[in-house]
Ligand binder design. Structure first.
Ligand code: ADE
Length: 290
């Protein structure tokens, strides 16, 4: 595999040809993706014909594990709290004997990941628009005291107008005093303080780091700090973090100076020195969207 490509870490959504099952008033159709506790299916409301994404959580897989149950509750709590144009909308939660089904807005434009792959990388104008939407949603969640903690390309979907839909709040947490102690998320997108400090970290700054990794991927078509096994620094998480701490991001020539400057201020290992959301919104690169 070439080092400079995005590659998927999760199994891809498959079309299944199983018979159609109903969940409450929804007819379950093809699989859109695989979640930690079950599948996400396309669902159609049998009376209105409206499409939804239905996240099925098999109670069996959650079992009696307090931490797994906590994760499901956290996600439902975050989704109930957040109402924003660029955050996936929660419509309903249905419980049956075997499943908890979370009825979500269907993002018909697919994953941002696939969109970038199809274009290799995005034009700055397109990346700017999507990044401004992402930052607006993150600012909203942080104001509502929720930190996502697992922002990555796979968790950013697109609606039919190609607007961002932030999804998967399974790691989301209510921030208290902006300090947290649990490490979560994917290593390629995780802020260095999550691993290096092994202790408390400023909640909101970790989401900002991940937004920087996402912007870098949009502009360059690959991740700035990759754990792709082809990358000699990437096959081991400790090595990956040593690499992150010691290597300032480098850029292909086509990335503008303003975009490079913004990314250099976001991908700063010290969370105290990292750009805040306000700083980002006032940066010249985002000026057309301020
Ligand atoms: N895959 C996972 N969640 C989804 C959603 N809300 N819309 C479309 N595809 C999805």
């Amino acid at each position: 595999m070439e080092p400079f490509t995005l590659y998927r870490r999760q199994p891809q959504g498959r079309r299944s040809n199983t018979r159609h099952i109903k969940m409450g008033p929804y007819l379950l159709l093809q699989t859109l993706g695989e979640g930690e506790f079950g599948k996400v299916k396309l669902g159609i409301h049998t009376e209105t014909g409206q499409e939804f994404a239905i996240k099925l959580i098999r109670k069996e897989t959650v079992g009696y594990s307090a931490s797994r149950l906590n994760k499901v509750e956290r996600e439902i709590h975050a989704l109930r709290t957040l109402k924003h144009p660029y955050i996936v909308k929660l419509f309903n939660v249905i419980e049956t004997e075997k499943y908890i089904a979370i009825i979500l807005e269907y993002a018909s434009g697919g994953e941002l990941f696939e969109y970038i792959l199809a274009h290799r990388c995005l034009k700055e104008k397109d990346a700017r628009r999507l990044f401004a939407q992402l930052i607006s949603s993150v600012q909203y969640m942080h104001r509502r005291k929720i930190v996502h903690r697992d922002l990555k390309l796979e968790n950013l979907l697109l609606d039919r107008n190609r607007n961002i839909v932030v999804t998967d709040f399974g790691f989301a947490n209510n921030k208290q005093d902006d300090l947290m102690a649990t490490s979560c998320g994917s290593p390629c997108y995780a802020a260095p303080e999550l691993v290096v400090n092994e202790g408390q970290y400023a909640g909101s700054a970790v989401d900002i780091w991940s937004c920087g990794v996402i912007l870098y991927a949009m502009l360059c078509g690959y991740l700035p700090f990759d754990d792709d096994p082809c990358n000699p620094d990437g096959n081991n998480i400790n090595q990956l973090y040593r690499y992150i701490l010691s290597t300032p991001p480098s850029f292909p020539k086509h990335v503008s100076k303003d975009a490079q400057d913004l990314l250099r201020q976001i991908l700063v290992a010290d969370p105290q020195k990292r750009y805040t959301l306000d700083d980002i919104q006032h940066h010249p690169w985002l000026k057309p969207h301020s």
